[in-house]
Design a protein around this ligand. Sequence first.
Ligand SMILES: Cc1cc2nc3c(=O)[nH]c(=O)nc-3n(C[C@H](O)[C@H](O)[C@H](O)COP(=O)(O)OP(=O)(O)OC[C@H]3O[C@@H](n4cnc5c(N)ncnc54)[C@H](O)[C@@H]3O)c2cc1C
Length: 397
Amino acid sequence: MERKFDVVVIGSGPAGYKASKLLLKRGLSVCIVEKEVFGGLCLNAGCIPKDMLYGIALSLQRIKNLKGNTVSLSWEETLKQVQSKILRLRKLAEDQLRSKGLAIVYGEAELIEEKKVKVGRTTLTADYIILACGSKPPTEGILPEDILKGKVIPEGRVSIKGNDPSAYELAFILKAFDREVVLEVKEGLLSSFPQISETIYLKLETALENCGVVIVENLSGEGFLINAEKRKPNLCPQRFPFIKLTSDGYADTDPYLETSVPGVYAVGDLVPPQGAGFAFEKARVAVSNILYGKSFRFDPSKIPFLITSACEVGFVGDINKVARFEYKPLSVNPKIFVNHEGGILQIGYDESDKPVFIAGAGHGLCEILNVFSAVLGGWFSHPSYGEILEEILAPIV
Ligand SMILES: Cc1cc2nc3c(=O)[nH]c(=O)nc-3n(C[C@H](O)[C@H](O)[C@H](O)COP(=O)(O)OP(=O)(O)OC[C@H]3O[C@@H](n4cnc5c(N)ncnc54)[C@H](O)[C@@H]3O)c2cc1C
């Protein structure tokens, strides 16, 4: 069977979902191809379950700070609740797009011609194709997503290693759920984020240690081991033979996110940097270029990056424009003083003394980054309450 659409989107994670939603709003015919479950990594085993668990872990930790280790929750029971919410959310998201006219084909897509996608016995042709296939784990073993899906239950002493931010996030969550947690921190961890200075990074380490996470340089006698290595782009050359890749396996796009094949765009984790907040922005850029002609460039400095762990750590803005930095304590604000004493903000000013970059460590940082991003004309951290404003107020693209 052969079907024709304006746009075929491969992958239903944040990048594919967002791109489809924007295209449908403009009246284009869109088909998503998905080989697993709707919503991708972010909804099913990444940002969203993690964020729910993080909220619970933070409350648990705060009560423990007040009352000692007298409060505990069952990990298994909590995860069941989280997963049932995810199921509801997944159905809502899929139904919402179907009601707007989205076609969904379940199966594994391959590009058999430059603008022709094959899924089982179905062939889909389109004027434009958006590749949103996400990322894949680089290693074997137990992965953060296995923990969040409830595929394995962390028992006893839990060791976590790897250079993905989820290592810090899981360490905090599992500690709040009374696991003995050992985190391997190698020199250079988070080094792919030059925006995070040592001062800020050390705040995160200290906050984790204060919660009881043991930080070591080399794990020994690992016990239950979680591999939180940075994920790899999921674009295998056999299935996508026409698409040029970079030496590290990302889609080789121009600044407008068009690949080596005209009319084929790559978004989400197929293009650095990884992260759902960036994935949404890449989707907006690709869709704008499809709708209005190639003139919109992807600029990651417009999107806040955030790690939610024993304290929040993140940044937004363009560090390359910074002429001088200034550090300020976060605790000058009474709300932050009562919730997280010891937080810090690093502000970067350009030549004309205009603030162009902010990084920090401390609870409440997400809100600060979102506000600063809005001032810079950027978007919001994911997941965050601020994102609702984009849904309500933002123009279509
Ligand atoms: C534990 C954890 C926590 C995280 N927390 C955050 C966070 O708080 N904030 C944040 O911004 N990011 C977070 N991330 C990262 C975020 O989940 C990813 O960056 C995001 O999901 C990438 O979106 P995507 O649309 O590119 O790909 P994905 O979400 O991976 O979706 C890709 C989809 O494409 C499908 N697919 C792949 N190949 C094919 C094919 N050939 N045919 C058909 N379908 C295909 C896959 O099945 C998948 O559903 C987290 C990740 C993890 C692991």
